[in-house]
Design a protein around this ligand. Structure first.
Ligand code: MG
Length: 456
């Protein structure tokens, strides 16, 4: 059993002198009628329509609802024929009612929607607003025929001309469709005074924001008046608060392995929407029509599946932030790894390198400049340091370190320099201030040159 909650609002607007719209929102039946014709005619026609609909809808069946619409047409047509003042009056009518499902393949209870004219019934589901009814208006028919673009239709001077209405002729074609309701669905019935002033994005925003259907209906009427209020405006909002476990059953069906080709039809939360024009059809829909309905349902499901999930942008932002953090960390490591220098061996040559000995992560050191020193020139006491890579803070310090190595080498080999083992073992250089501070001096000796460097 489907449980509904609803709210309704109607207003004359800011330009018209009387309200020719009539809303209906009672247990099990909801409607909006927008009357037209003469001073009184519109008002009378819309009220007659709603009254006839209510009294004619005696059984919760789609056929009964259709029959009630035809009775409404008869009532208005006859009244207009009887009263010269009301001649030519008519009204739009869109209505919604829970009815027994006529198609056991779908559900035992559905919502039936009927429509004549350019009032609309929308379904707001999963945050998206979908117009269920087709407008019977000159402009919309030109759009459907490709003779006008939707943009051209918006400000079209003949926008208000309806091509179908109740009460104008002895008989009328009525569009109808059925929708399988699910908890959380919102149905919006409205006259053109709403969507003529408030675009669908803003309508959807209100339906998203205001949980109470009565609040939503009144807010939409307020927005229409704020937008100009050039027409009467009527809004009925109907919420499905409980679908009798249909959603759960559908979820369970989806999670079950598919044995036969038919279960996804039941499982999908797609509205079974089958607009039909013409006479009431008391017989169940023929098999061919059902397969057409299934195809439409499948197409809708496919479109939903193709649509990116609403959380996608959040995931994208998270990924971008994550990549940003990782990128910044990598850049910091790279900068740190590449800002220092060291003196080491390039084959047998003493050379200066940029970076850290051995590299950091994927930042390998690079050759910066050569020196004229070779491995043989390096005093044994410094050999280990150079072998490991003598780290310094700048290129200048590296050069000073190399200069000290050179001086020691010259001291070892030069005249009176004592190139003997004794000299070499006691002469670790202390090239520049930072270098000297990290190189232990074991003995004072020819390294006096070093101390000269460190403490000029
Ligand atoms: Mg209107």
């Amino acid at each position: 059993m489907t449980t509904l909650r609803w709210g309704a609002a109607t207003d004359t607007g800011r330009v018209r002198s009387n309200n020719q719209d009539t809303p209906l929102a009672v247990e099990g039946l909801f409607a909006v009628a927008d009357g037209m014709g003469g001073h009184r005619g519109g008002e009378v026609a819309s009220q007659l329509a709603v009254r006839a609909l209510e009294s004619g809808f005696v059984e919760r069946r789609a056929e009964t609802l259709l029959e009630a619409v035809h009775q409404a047409n008869d009532a208005i047509f006859e009244r207009a024929s009887d009263d010269p003042d009301l001649r030519g009056m008519g009204t739009t009518l869109t209505a919604l009612a829970p009815v027994e499902g006529t198609d056991e393949d779908v559900e035992d209870e559905v919502l039936a929607v009927v429509n004549v004219g350019d009032s609309r019934t929308y379904l707001f589901r999963d945050g998206e607003l979908e117009q269920l009814t087709e407008d019977h208006s000159l402009v919309e028919e030109m759009v459907r025929n490709g003779r006008l673009t939707p943009e051209e239709a918006e400000g079209h001077p003949q926008r208000n001309i309806v091509t179908r209405a109740l009460g104008i002729e002895a008989d009328v074609d009525v569009d109808w469709l059925t929708v399988v309701p699910y908890t959380g669905d919102r149905f919006l019935l409205c006259s053109d005074g709403l969507f003529g002033e408030v675009d669908e994005g803003r309508i959807a925003s209100v339906l998203r924001r205001l949980e109470d259907p009565d609040d939503a209906a009144h807010e939409l009427v307020r927005l229409a008046n704020d937008g100009g209020g050039r027409d009467n405006v009527t809004v009925v909002v109907v919420d499905v608060t409980d679908d009798g476990g249909r959603s759960e059953r559908a979820s369970a069906a989806v999670s079950q392995p598919v044995r036969a080709p038919q279960p996804p039809d039941m499982a999908g939360f797609t509205a079974a929407v089958a607009p039909v024009t013409g006479e009431p059809d008391p017989a169940p829909a023929p098999a061919e029509a059902l397969s057409g309905r299934r195809r439409r349902q499948a197409a809708r499901r496919d479109r939903r599946a193709e649509r990116p999930r609403r959380l996608t942008w959040r995931v994208a932002i998270f990924v971008l932030l994550f990549l940003g953090v990782v990128g910044a960390a990598a850049a910091a490591v790279g900068w740190q790894a590449r800002r220092t220098f060291y003196v080491g061996f390039r084959d047998d040559e003493v050379a200066v390198f940029r970076g850290k000995p051995g590299g950091v992560l994927w930042f390998d050191p690079t050759f910066e400049e050569s020196t004229e020193l070779t491995r043989a020139d390096v005093a044994p006491a410094n050999l280990r340091d150079v072998q490991d890579g003598k780290e310094v803070a700048s290129l200048d310090e590296a050069r000073r370190y190399v200069e000290n190595l050179r001086e020691i080498a010259e001291g070892r080999t030069g005249p009176g320099g004592g190139g003997d083992a004794g000299t070499t073992t006691t002469a670790p250089p202390t090239p520049g201030p930072p270098v000297g501070s990290t190189t232990p001096t074991t003995e004072a000796n020819t390294g006096a040159t070093s101390s000269g460097t460190t403490t000029p």
